[in-house]
Design a protein around this ligand. Structure first.
Ligand code: MN
Length: 735
């Protein structure tokens, strides 16, 4: 037969199920394929185009697919093997056809290098996930089927490799999609190359049995047909067959039986119009032959997860030969033979419908697989094409399964936390990519590592998609960066606390703190800060744990404020007559009950006008003035040396300038100091010293000694500095 004749045959078979197919485009695709593969030969010496043509035959004859699928089958090797591009096909045919061909090519490019059993399921899932349009996998399976049918021309090595792939990947996918006929053929062809001896033995035994049982099967066939006809059931089709080689092979091996031990080699099918007729036929069969107990299965009432429906029963002939009878409707039969493709056909003949409708049944089919009976689905796949998963390869060909949107960071941590922690870069399909690159199905991912790697960055926590990667990154921070975590955690905690109107000092002064911490299994505030720093607990959650304490402080403050306001009213009334005994101000400080005493400002906290202050009578050096929130003036210290602490306040007029220090914590970067000095000069702040150092983990600590007139000016300055990019915290050192 010439190639042209074979093509015309294809048109004929399409016409039998789809007279309105787009024959103009189908012919154009055929002619395009002839041109594109011009000069290419198959292993058997025939022109290459015979292969895509044969695949189109399978797609039409065995799956009854639509015009687009047939065109895609004809063109399926053009992108991979010729100079044709996606654009060419999109322009000449349609973008959908181009996508189908591209999809098949992508599957063709997937290399199955792993032989590990646990990898197979991931590979199957990956192929299904890559076939966004189910027709891609249908064309690909047809392609594989034709390659298996013509495998005899390949080298023995290639035969084994392709057969293994077919047995482990493609046949299970066909089963998964309910395509029993293709599944059987794929399995039988694979078996032929994987175990040629075993295959031959079974084939010979089957041939012998076929001969032996020919008359027997004819007899059973007429008995059933006659009784069915007599009972008024119309259009019933009855036929018998021997089971296919691989199903016998598997039974022999899994149940450790010889060929002659296999109980039911013979199976009959009765195909009728209605479900009611199925049960009627069952009654007839059980009346004719003795049913074997425990062998009846009603897959009509309870369909298999891949939507297979049928009644199965095994009975004993009058002569003592057991055989199975499967009874189903025509529609059930199509589903059983062609699976997903049969559904496709019904959908196509219906009223169009969008993609969502089109895939609804696929989703249902796939969801049905959950909780499938293990024995029944020894080769089944637990696939959900719509799950949020992505499948990628390691450089040695193992498949790694990650959540959709996963990045090289997720990949690295899924290999091992040490790989993630030492990652300095990543390659996808041989090209360097950014850490936030979104991995695609089938990508080959390689992680570049170095012993000198700095470890994960904090931004990795935002980039990583998998909880596994995030928790491993957090663990790293927890372990490696305690000091930094405490600084960062404390700053974040303090800032959040401020928003509640409470200072850190006020909170930490609470004696109920330790029990609260213990309750959440922290031993100290530092532990809590560290946890916040590495992301083990959010700042808000941490604050939440001290809700009671915070509320108490706020409440106390409010009462204090009212008392003060009350007493201020009374004092104001009294002030009209009595002048308070005030000391004379020295350096802007009024010391209660003392005049002209020596006053100095404590170096530890350098107070400025506006700060709450308290005085300490030193031995011989006068009164030292501290900020009230200075740790050196803590309530414990005040209590310990009660007599030496004294009330001090700011005079109405104070000298113009006070020296104090601001401490800036920032993420280190270029020009940080420039930006800080710009703020200092734009706020007309006089600076007496500036001291900066960077930490090994990329932070900068800057101390600026400034001259200010009061705390208001200092606050303005702090606020301006906090707005500088990278600045984490501006504080006044104390203690
Ligand atoms: Mn091909």
């Amino acid at each position: 037969m010439t190639i042209e004749e074979s093509y015309l045959q294809l048109e004929d078979s399409i016409r039998t199920y789809n007279p309105n197919a787009n024959f103009a485009q189908i012919r154009a695709a055929y002619e395009f394929a002839v041109q594109a593969h011009e000069g290419q030969k198959r292993k058997d010496g025939s022109p290459y185009v015979t292969h895509p043509l044969a695949v189109a035959h399978i797609v039409a004859n065995e799956l009854h697919l639509d015009s687009e699928s047939i065109i895609a089958a004809l063109l399926h090797d053009t992108i991979e093997d010729t100079s044709t591009s996606h654009e060419d096909i999109a322009r000449l045919f349609s973008p959908t056809v181009a996508d189908l061909v591209e999809g098949v090519s992508k599957l063709t490019r997937v290399k199955f290098t792993s032989k590990a059993e646990e990898q197979m399921e991931n590979l199957r899932k990956m192929l299904l996930a890559m076939s966004k349009d189910i027709r891609v996998i249908l064309v690909k399976i047809s392609d594989r089927l034709h390659n298996m049918r013509t495998m005899e021309y390949q080298t023995p090595e290639k035969q084994k490799q392709k057969s293994f792939e077919t047995m482990e990947i493609y046949a299970p996918i066909a089963h998964r999609l309910g395509m029993q006929r293709m599944k059987w053929e794929l399995e039988d062809l694979s078996l032929k190359y994987l175990d040629p001896v075993g295959y031959e033995e079974i084939m010979e035994a089957l041939d012998a049995k076929a001969e032996e049982y020919e008359d027997f099967m004819d007899g059973i066939n007429s008995q059933i047909s006659q009784r069915v006809q007599e009972s008024g059931i119309k259009d019933a089709v009855v036929y018998g067959r021997l089971k296919h080689p691989y199903s016998i092979y598997r039974k022999m091996y899994t149940q450790n039986k010889t060929f002659n031990d296999i109980f039911d080699l013979i199976a009959f099918r009765v195909i009728v119009d209605t479900v009611a007729d199925c049960y009627n036929v069952l009654g007839i069969v059980h009346d004719l032959y003795k049913p074997i107990l425990g062998r009846f299965k009603d897959y009509i009432g309870t369909p298999k997860p891949n939507l297979y429906q049928s009644l199965h029963t095994t009975v004993m002939s009058q002569t003592g030969v057991p055989f199975e009878v499967q009874i189903r409707t025509k529609e059930m039969h199509e589903v059983a033979e062609y699976g997903i493709a049969a559904h496709w056909k019904y959908k196509q003949n219906g009223q169009g419908g969008g993609d969502e409708n089109r895939y609804e049944w696929v989703r249902r089919l796939l969801e049905n697989q959950e909780g499938a009976d293990a024995e029944e689905f020894i080769h089944s796949l637990k696939v959900d094409m719509f799950a949020d998963e992505v499948f990628v390869f390691t450089p040695v060909g193992d498949v790694i399964n990650l959540p959709a949107g996963a990045t090289p960071i997720d990949f690295a941590y899924s290999i091992h936390s040490a790989v993630g922690n030492r990652m300095v870069g990543a390659k996808v399909n041989g090209h360097i990519v950014q850490y936030d690159y979104k991995l695609k199905n089938g990508d080959v991912v390689e992680v570049l590592t170095s012993k000198n790697a700095k470890g994960p960055g904090r931004d990795w926590l935002k980039i990583a998609r998998s909880s596994e990667a995030r928790s491993k990154i957090r663990q790293w921070f927890k372990r490696e960066k305690r000091e930094e975590n405490i600084v960062n955690g404390r700053a974040a905690f303090e800032a959040e606390l401020k928003r509640c109107g409470v200072t850190l000092r006020e909170l930490t002064a609470q004696d109920t703190l330790l029990p609260v911490l213990k309750k959440f299994s922290y031993n100290s505030m530092d532990d809590l800060y560290a946890a916040i720093g590495y992301g083990g607990i959010t700042t808000l959650k941490a604050i939440g744990r001290f809700r009671d304490e915070i509320q108490r402080i706020v409440h106390q403050k409010q009462s204090a404020y009212y008392e003060q306001a009350e007493s201020a009213k009374q004092t104001a009334a009294a002030a009209k007559t009595v002048q308070p005994a005030r000391g004379k101000a020295v350096q802007g400080i009024v010391v209660e009950g003392m005049s002209n005493c020596l006053v100095k400002f404590a170096k530890c906290c350098s107070p400025v006008p506006g700060d709450d202050i308290v005085g300490f009578i030193t031995r011989g050096y006068g009164v030292s003035v501290h900020r009230s929130d200075c740790p050196n003036a803590s309530p414990e210290r005040q209590a310990a040396e009660k007599g030496r602490w004294i009330k001090v306040s700011w005079a109405e007029s104070t000298p113009e300038e006070y020296q104090t220090t601001l401490q800036v914590t920032a993420k280190d970067r270029m020009n940080l100091i420039v930006d800080i000095s710009t703020v200092l000069s734009s706020t007309k702040t006089r600076v007496s010293a500036l001291n900066a150092r960077s930490t090994p983990d990329g932070f900068a600590l800057i101390e600026v000694a400034v001259q200010v007139s009061d705390s208001g000016q200092l606050q303005t300055l702090s606020r301006r500095m906090e707005q500088i990019p990278g600045v984490i915290r501006v504080s006044r050192p104390a203690g």
